[in-house]
Design a protein around this ligand. Structure first.
Ligand SMILES: *Cc1c(COP(=O)(O)O)cnc(C)c1O
Length: 426
């Protein structure tokens, strides 16, 4: 595609309409059908119509969402969207909400704020004195955390070898006994415990109601990475909602709007119980910046940015609480439907308990599993992602798109059954 669009920098300008026609025409060959109903790769989600059109407006308005004095409409919409998200997820509506590019940056905002806060409690002002020479901060993570946690830790100056890694069960849920043992082994305070809502392979949720009280007894900060899983709190199905029982007791939460909520890229959300913790870390300061009340740039790493919370306002208005609940339920229904159908295909083993939106499966043999993954992509009915789960090649389907229907699932299963049968016959 680089050859298609490349060549030397044009010496002279061109007509805008013809550039856009060219872009739309020739760009097509290199696009992936992520907004379609049979894209099950990674955990991506599609785009709701209201959110898409709101995103166009965000670009058209061309507002700088960093400052409330500069852009009242954008900032107000983001504030309302933030309160709605917290309300929907059962989190405090007076929490600080930072709009960032994704869960990666949200985890960074939360962990950086957490590090600042636990050091402050230990009498160390990170803002003035920096990290060198600071009392050590211990970051406690689960064995099956997302890779974004390790990167966020690195951005905070915490290296891989410094992490305290707590064992998990076969679905990737942190074991309460192992957390208690890990925390008992070291002094209280200056500890951040990082939990997870929605393991990316199995969809499993850490048992928050058991884990958070253990962390609290050790005076630890509790962070939850719920990039796609936190939305289970908004489900209508009580069994789905129960997966998130206890999340409200944490100090900070990460989620994405561009996954389960089906807002367009890019949109991650960082939520901090005490706004002061985010402000202490990220306050823009500087004489040239106008401080009225809390400005968006006081709680995020960015100064200038687009109003990426505006499409979330539109998405939530278009769905309502009821619609979000039904969307989450439907993603889960699709996953359960897929799981049941896959179990009926000879040779396929489903590897996880389908508690949420993720379905993982494989054939008996690793090479055959990888070949199947490539053949499914080649055949073109559906797209899914290869994964390594507990040392074995696996395939993973993520139900994340509002556009996926039961018929999409049926067509996908029929294609997989056909491919498995054809390969077995060879
Ligand atoms: C997707 C995901 C991330 C990273 O999110 P981005 O939006 O890609 O930055 C982090 N944690 C979990 C659990 C995820 O599923």
């Amino acid at each position: 595609m680089q050859a298609v669009f490349g060549g030397p920098l044009p010496e002279n300008g061109e007509d805008a309409a013809s550039i856009i026609a060219d872009l739309a025409g020739r760009g097509d060959a290199g696009l992936v059908a992520i907004p379609g109903g049979r894209f099950f790769g990674l955990v991506v989600g599609g785009t709701l119509p209201a959110a898409l059109a709101a995103d166009w407006l965000v670009s058209t308005w061309d507002q700088n969402a960093g400052s409330s004095t500069l852009t009242p409409t954008t900032v107000a919409l983001e504030r309302v969207a933030g309160e709605w998200v917290c309300d929907l997820l059962g989190l405090p509506t007076d929490a600080a909400v930072a709009w960032v590019t994704g869960a990666q940056m949200s985890n960074f905002v939360c962990l950086a704020s957490a590090q600042h806060a636990v050091l402050r409690r230990a009498g160390w002002d990170l803002t003035r004195r920096g990290l060198r020479g600071a009392p050590p901060v211990r970051l406690v993570v689960g064995e099956y955390r997302h890779g974004a946690i390790d990167r966020a830790a690195r951005f905070c100056g915490i290296g891989l070898d410094e992490l305290t890694i707590v064992a998990a069960d076969d679905q990737g849920r942190m074991l309460p006994g192992a957390l208690a043992a890990a925390l008992d082994a070291t002094p209280a305070g200056r500890t951040i415990v990082c939990l997870q809502a929605g393991e990316v392979h199995t969809g499993a949720f850490d048992p928050f109601a058991e884990l958070i009280p253990i962390a609290r007894r050790h005076d630890a900060w509790v962070h939850i990475d719920g990039a796609f899983g936190l939305w289970a709190a908004g489900a209508q199905d009580p069994t789905l909602r129960a997966l998130t029982t206890g999340i409200g007791a944490a100090d900070s939460w990460t989620t994405d709007a561009h996954k389960t909520l089906n807002a367009p890229y890019d949109c991650g959300i960082a939520i901090l119980r005490d706004p002061e913790d985010a402000v202490a870390m990220f306050r823009a300061g500087g004489d040239y910046l106008v401080h009225s009340s809390l400005d968006p740039w006081d709680v995020t790493p960015e100064l200038s940015r687009r109003g990426r919370g505006v499409p979330v306002w539109a998405a939530l208005r278009s769905l309502g609480r009821d619609g979000v609940g039904r969307l989450v339920d439907r993603l889960h229904d699709n996953a359960v439907h897929l799981e049941a159908a896959l179990r009926g295909i000879p040779g396929i083993t489903v590897l996880n308990d389908v508690v949420y939106t993720q379905v993982m499966f494989r054939l008996e043999d690793d090479d055959a599993t990888r070949t199947l993954g490539a053949a499914i992509l080649e055949e073109g009915t559906a797209a899914l992602t290869g994964a390594v789960w507990q040392g074995r090649a696996s395939l993973r389907c993520s139900m994340s798109s509002w556009a996926t229907t039961a018929d999409d699932v049926d067509r996908t299963v029929a294609a997989i059954a056909r491919i498995v049968r054809d390969h077995a016959a060879q």
